[in-house]
Design a protein around this ligand. Structure first.
Ligand code: IPD
Ligand code: CA
Ligand code: CA
Length: 266
């Protein structure tokens, strides 16, 4: 599994050095030849070794053979970054057995960082064990979020971004949900949330966070599922405080008004 992600990552780097034509799946939903080529490669490798397994990939959809095993493939997570030459993207591959996440690999070829996890066996970054951070106070946290390109006019997340930025050390929007989850797993971020992610964005990263000792739920604290349209991941210690922030924002409690830039100038 790691070998497949590394091979796909090398292919992405080959394309990254060229200036690829950007194509559009939606008004701001980009795709490139690299997304497609990496998915073809990953599917070929899975088929060679596990010909009966099902595969759900972002670019080609589901090939369903009725297997108990299902692979979730995001061949290039962070396509917008990739297409603009911003080196923050990865390959994400997760494996499920009878609906339970059992193995995951996320490879960042720009830093040669391979995150991996197996159910019940912990998580690694390259050869080192990784663990979530120990920060217990939300106001001392560095968090991450993202904004899907689909239906972006209807996305309420900018309010969450504003509010939570004011209550923490800050919120990063790095542009790769899979790497955001890995960065929670290894303690660089204390938490991450996003609306409307897809199973190929989360399948691998969620297992890596959980195996690194973190917690992943929906915004109301109920168990995360791949079909969930809400993802909140954290080190566990700040989880409840973060969920309370969401509750307040949804209820419109304590929202900071938009400051007046003229007052800020002074
Ligand atoms: C996107 C990235 C981004 C997140 C979007 C995803 P893609 O995946 O993970 O960080 O904010 O929601 O769709 O399209 O680059 O594979
Ligand atoms: Ca993605
Ligand atoms: Ca993708």
């Amino acid at each position: 599994m790691s070998g497949i992600a590394r091979e796909a990552g090398a292919l992405l780097m080959h394309y990254f050095r060229q200036h690829l034509k950007i194509e559009y799946k939606g008004d701001a939903d980009l795709v490139t030849a690299a997304d497609r080529a990496a998915e073809v490669l990953i599917r070929d490798r899975i088929r060679e070794q596990w010909p009966t397994h099902d595969v759900l990939g972002e670019e080609q959809g589901l090939s369903d053979q009725g297997s108990d095993y299902r692979w979730y493939v995001d061949p290039l997570d962070g396509t917008t970054n990739f297409a603009h030459g911003y080196p923050m993207f990865c390959v994400s591959v997760g494996l499920e057995h009878k609906g339970r996440r059992i193995a995951a690999v996320i490879y960042d070829p720009t830093r040669d960082e391979l995150f991996s996890a197996e159910h019940g066996r912990g998580a690694h970054l390259n050869d080192e064990w990784i663990h979530v951070s120990k920060t217990a106070a939300l106001k001392e946290c560095l968090l991450a979020t993202g904004f899907p390109s689909h239906k972006r006019h209807k996305n309420p997340n900018i309010y969450f971004y504003h509010q939570i930025t004011l209550h923490t050390h800050g919120v990063r929007r790095a542009g790769s949900a899979a790497l955001d989850l890995c960065n929670v797993a290894c303690g660089r971020f204390d938490g991450f949330w996003e609306f409307n992610l897809n199973p190929w964005d989360t399948a691998a990263g969620v297992l890596i966070v959980e195996e690194a000792g973190g917690k992943v739920t929906r915004f109301d604290g109920s168990p995360f599922e791949l079909s969930s349209r809400e993802t909140v991941a954290s080190n566990g210690l700040i989880h409840d405080a973060l969920l309370r922030e969401f509750e307040d924002i949804f209820a419109g409690r304590g929202l900071e008004a938009l400051p007046d830039p003229r007052l800020y100038e002074r």
